[in-house]
Design a binder for this molecule. Structure first.
Ligand code: SF4
Ligand code: SF4
Length: 375
């Protein structure tokens, strides 16, 4: 049974684009961002809209390949393709873009993108053991604040930042409560729908409406849990490179074969939600602490990801882990070997891109995994 409120989330991205256009016509500034490392609280504390930028569709990749190497991660090509073709309304409406030096492909692509939009590219220290990483992050957050002032003419104050930190913490807590409903077996919400709700968070034009809908959805899901029969498929945790709307093929294969995608550890899942920003500290320091600890493979060593994944495996009674690696993503690809050794559950790695050409092959891999679990 599918919750009725999902209809709102089905059309959220398209409808939000219309609302943002209307707000922009009234003079509101818009700042786009790509990655879970972006401190969106800062953008919103300035009074600008923060909008996620599209990067998970195959459609603009051919155009991007005119400027970028073909053997580059599809996420990077898709972001750039949307930027140069004006096919992403969110990029089109953005007055400026916040980005970050995560992996090499992304940071070099941003050099090209800077010819299209004003950008602030946060310099992220990639070492998790670098002693001055908090100070470095704080410097970068202050630099972003100055950029917002110079480029958009908007001021961030300490109190506006504290207010946004609080709002985002509330939102993160609520979304984790939603995810936790999938501790129930069978899960009341499919992995594809859960992705849609969490992904929609970065595109929403109206926070209050979004939160209200998540709350209604949660009530519906609780009802569904009470009524559902006890047919149980293998409980799967998905991790790896980001999986976004438009590129859910692995999730769809798992679910079409009877598996339950309980949750994603990836940044389109709970990676950015599990830690809150400390509301009692200086807001810049608190933001730096939260964002520097995101367990992304661009960080070395990234032991936090292994711990987080294993904790989720236990907490959500996971039967198998599927690690999605986007083609040419070296960091997630190499890390997969370590993750497999660390994770206490049957594990497969699927290397893929955004095309549909390998769907049959993915089906075979997932079927073999399920056979192994059922033995
Ligand atoms: S995987 Fe890392 S670099 Fe890529 S979007 Fe997520 S946090 Fe950003
Ligand atoms: S998936 Fe990998 S290669 Fe692609 S942008 Fe993210 S970290 Fe970089």
């Amino acid at each position: 049974m599918r919750a009725k409120t999902m209809e709102y989330f089905d059309s959220l991205i398209a409808e939000s684009a219309i609302k943002i256009k209307e707000e922009k016509e009234k003079g509101k500034k818009v700042m786009g961002y790509y990655c879970v490392f972006s401190p969106v609280e800062l953008i919103e504390a300035s009074g600008a809209f923060s909008v996620g930028l599209c990067a998970t569709k195959q459609e603009p990749i051919a155009e991007a390949e005119k400027h970028l190497p073909r053997n580059l991660c599809p996420l990077i090509k898709s972001s750039y393709g949307f930027a140069i073709t004006d096919k992403c309304p969110y990029f089109f409406f953005a007055d400026a873009v916040m980005a970050e030096t995560t992996c090499d492909g992304k940071k070099k692509m941003y050099e090209l993108m800077a010819d299209i939009k004003p950008m602030v590219v946060l310099d992220i220290p990639n070492s998790s053991v670098y002693r001055k990483r908090k100070e470095h992050w704080m410097e970068e957050i202050h630099r972003a604040k100055d950029f917002i002032k110079d480029e958009l003419g908007l001021e961030v104050t300490e109190s506006s930042l504290k207010e946004k930190i609080k709002e985002h913490n509330e939102e993160r807590k609520l979304l984790m409560e939603l995810v936790e409903l999938n501790k129930f077996n069978p899960t009341p919400i499919s992995g594809a729908d859960l992705l849609k709700v969490l992904w929609g968070r970065q595109f929403k034009a109206d926070r209050e409406e979004y939160i209200a809908k998540v709350k209604i959805l949660m009530e519906e899901l609780k009802e569904i849990s009470l009524k559902s029969d006890k047919v149980k498929g293998p409980r799967v945790l998905v991790t790896g490179s980001p999986t976004g709307v438009g590129q859910e093929k692995v999730i769809n294969v798992i679910e079409n074969l009877g598996g339950q995608v309980v949750l994603q550890e990836a940044c389109s899942g709970v990676k950015g939600l599990v830690d809150l920003v400390d509301e009692d500290k200086n807001p810049y320091e608190a933001l730096a602490e939260k964002y520097m600890d995101i367990p992304c493979s661009c960080t070395s060593p990234n032991t936090r990801r292994f711990e987080l994944t294993n904790n989720l495996v236990k907490e959500y009674e996971i039967d198998a882990v599927v690690d999605i690696t986007l083609q040419a993503c070296h960091t997630y690809n190499i890390e997969s070997y370590q993750l497999k050794k660390e994770v206490d559950a049957p594990f497969i790695q699927i290397e893929t891109d955004y095309s549909e050409s390998d769907v049959e092959q993915i089906k075979l891999r997932v079927s073999s995994l399920f056979e192994l679990i059922n033995e």
